[in-house]
Ligand binder design. Structure first.
Ligand SMILES: Cc1cc2nc3c(=O)[nH]c(=O)nc-3n(C[C@H](O)[C@H](O)[C@H](O)COP(=O)(O)O)c2cc1C
Length: 161
């Protein structure tokens, strides 16, 4: 059977909402990426520090994780959009695993509030140095917005996996 690993960062639960849905339906390994120093999660500070970290292309230290790429036929990267780019903890993960990631079949889950998803995908592709992702699941705040569009996209993504 096909084995899938999902590497993701989620600050406020949107990306996590999607990966947990996938986990309930398929045999996948979840590899959450957790920054050692958590970003502020509320108010102005949340957008300021996270946004700055993203724009500055920071690679914050992340907690140890278990990731053996050779186990997986496909790897999914899940990230929120932060200032039209992917979240810095994911940058750290990619930096640490770039060579192996480049050789794998990769897909992506992007959660955002309405601006910058395509730019984020382009930046991810450029950073990993791949032509394209096998599949893309792009959702607007799926945890709080249980829209038909989100539901359909998640269902299709899972069906195609
Ligand atoms: C620091 C920061 C920057 C953000 N920048 C953007 C952005 O440029 N465009 C956008 O549409 N949403 C932006 N968002 C909103 C998140 O991408 C969106 O709420 C996403 O669903 C959050 O996923 P999560 O709950 O898994 O962390 C930003 C959120 C944060 C915290």
């Amino acid at each position: 059977m096909k084995k899938i690993g999902i590497v993701y960062y989620s600050m406020s639960g949107n990306v996590e909402y999607v990966v947990k849905k996938i986990e309930r339906q398929l045999d996948v390994d979840l590899i959450p990426i957790i920054p050692v120093k958590e970003y502020p999660t509320k108010g102005f500070k949340k957008f300021f520090w996270g946004g700055k970290s993203s724009v500055m292309k920071e690679t914050p230290n992340i907690e140890p994780y278990q990731f053996d790429a050779s186990k997986y036929d496909e790897i999914i990267i899940g990230t929120p959009v932060w200032a039209s780019s992917f979240a810095p903890p994911i940058r750290t993960f990619i930096k640490e695993n770039k060579e192996i990631l480049k050789k794998k079949k990769l897909s992506v889950i992007i959660c955002y509030s309405g601006a910058g998803a395509e730019k984020t995908i382009q930046k991810l592709k450029d950073y990993i140095e791949i032509k394209d992702f096998a599949k893309k699941c792009i959702l607007i705040d799926p945890k709080s917005k249980n829209t038909e569009d989100n539901k359909k996209k998640i269902e299709k993504f899972i069906k195609d996996l």
